[in-house]
Design a protein. Structure first.
Length: 274
């Protein structure tokens, strides 16, 4: 079972569930908690292999995104929540894609920060390089190097350090368990254009997200119910790089079930496409 925390139980409020990236934890959403709890009940989840959640080695037959999806939906079932708003960062967005492909009826809206839709050539090269080194290199060293490649700029420093600090608590076998399924990321995105056509989806990516911005922009072309917003002065982890902008646009999107316009935002919005 996954470790999770519920904040609020107001029956008049809808629920928001937060899904972090690899090496992170629910703690990376601390800038969102105060702002979001005014309007929603919150569920902060630690994914498998993170904090006190089950280890990836506990899954018999091999660990996969199917297992992660099943565990997240079990959390909703245990709390008694039939449908929720989903907020994910980085690999958390991949988990949301998988949920959209198999259980779109559980998703009111989806907010996907630093979204990943495919593994491009550079990412494939890094994965190959990491595969060659992972058995002879401390996993935190490998994670730290990947974080620096993904978030290289000075204005990414706080986000980068936050993830590295959280990853220091992760066991080697859990990190490698996630690392070994990263190559299946594109499969989670394949069917949502049809399975989740009616679910409002907000993609928030940083102007400086050199690894994934180009592919996300391309892959969202003509996707129904999908809005893309690019935030200036932000890298991959947009909820930490630009928390105020992230909170404002996400809350507006969820409260209106998908209606967000450029005039609702501030100067740190680089562009908006819907």
């Amino acid at each position: 079972m996954l470790e999770y925390k519920v904040i609020g139980s107001d029956p008049a409020k809808e629920y928001v569930i937060f899904l972090h990236g690899i090496g992170g934890s629910a703690n990376i959403f601390f800038p969102q908690m105060k702002a979001f709890k005014k309007s929603f009940n919150l569920i902060a989840v630690n994914l498998p292999g993170h904090k006190k959640s089950s280890s990836v080695s506990d899954y018999k037959g091999g660990f996969s995104f199917d297992d992660v999806t099943e565990e997240v939906l079990k959390v909703l079932d245990e709390i008694g929540v039939e449908k929720a708003h989903f907020v994910g960062i980085s690999l958390g967005s991949v988990v949301i894609h998988k949920i959209l492909s198999v259980a779109p009826q559980r998703v009111s809206t989806a907010v996907l920060g630093g979204a990943i839709t495919r593994i491009n050539l550079l990412a494939k090269m890094l994965l190959l390089w990491g595969t060659l080194l992972k058995n002879v290199t401390p996993h935190l060293w490998l994670y730290s190097l990947c974080a620096r490649i993904l978030m290289p700029n000075d204005n990414h420093k706080d986000s980068r350090n936050a993830f590295i600090q959280e990853a220091a608590q992760m066991k080697r076998q859990d990190f490698l368990g996630w690392y070994d399924i990263v190559h299946t990321v594109p499969e989670t995105f394949t069917n949502i254009e049809t399975t989740a056509a009616s679910v409002p989806k907000l993609y928030l990516t940083g102007e400086d997200d050199h690894m994934f911005k180009k592919d996300v922009t391309k892959d969202l072309t003509d996707m129904p119910k999908a809005t893309l917003i690019v935030l200036s002065n932000s890298g991959h982890v947009v909820n930490l790089d630009q928390p105020d902008a992230f909170n404002k646009v996400s809350l507006t999107f969820m409260q209106t079930k998908g209606q967000v316009k450029a005039q609702d935002l501030e100067d740190n919005v680089y562009s908006i496409k819907s």
